[in-house]
Design a protein. Structure first.
Length: 122
């Protein structure tokens, strides 16, 4: 898992942000804009994702609580290998995997989750 987590954190370098007018759509994970995200797999291959967004970016305050909603989308992750079947002499079939078996043959399908809350008054 350590190797997988290191590979993932090395390759994930940006966060896509929609709906915050003062920010670009794509920002660095190392930003100073009050948006942080982190994720890791544990030893049972359970994925944990954490996010923090400053209330200032959302135009919100605990002094004046309002209802807000969030939506998180996870894009589909398809395997990087593609099997090809070739037929040889006598009808014998051979299966080749282009790209090798470096990734899981089980894709991660796109999904999303959301919530709706009201901030507590400070």
């Amino acid at each position: 898992m350590n190797v997988t987590n290191k590979r993932m954190t090395d390759r994930i370098t940006s966060i896509k942000v929609i709906g915050i007018k003062t920010l670009d759509t794509i920002i660095s994970v190392y930003n100073e804009d009050g948006i942080k995200a982190a994720s890791l797999f544990d030893n049972k291959i359970v994925y944990t994702w954490e996010m923090a967004v400053s209330l200032k970016n959302l135009g919100m305050s605990t002094a004046n609580p309002v209802k807000f909603a969030y939506n998180v989308r996870i894009n589909e992750i398809a395997p990087t290998w593609k099997p090809t079947v070739t037929e040889g002499p006598g009808g014998m079939k051979t299966m080749n995997f282009i790209g090798g078996l470096k990734s899981s043959p089980n894709p991660q399908y796109a999904t999303d989750f959301w919530g709706e809350y009201i901030l507590a008054k400070k």
